[in-house]
Write a new protein. Structure first.
Length: 82
């Protein structure tokens, strides 16, 4: 038997334009687009309707974006000799 994390009742709430959450999601979409292309990033972004979808999107993208950031930093360190 596996336990799932308790769901937050706010997960069903819609993500509203003009909120800081929506602004953050747009930043993630831009970074995601740099990795997979604008069309693919936009298709994935359109699936976000609720706060639960936003949470899933963030959890899905952050590990990938953090890996890419680390690769970029390592490359920059090698290039500058640091």
């Amino acid at each position: 038997m596996t336990q799932t994390a308790p769901t937050d009742p706010r997960d069903a709430e819609p993500v509203l334009d003009g909120t800081s959450l929506m602004a953050y999601l747009h930043v993630l979409k831009k970074a995601h687009g740099a990795l997979v292309g604008h069309v693919n990033a936009q298709q994935r972004f359109r699936q976000i309707v609720t706060r639960g979808h936003a949470k899933q999107y963030i959890e899905e993208l952050m590990p990938q974006l953090l890996r890419e950031r680390e690769k970029h930093r390592q490359h920059r360190r090698r290039a500058t000799g640091r």
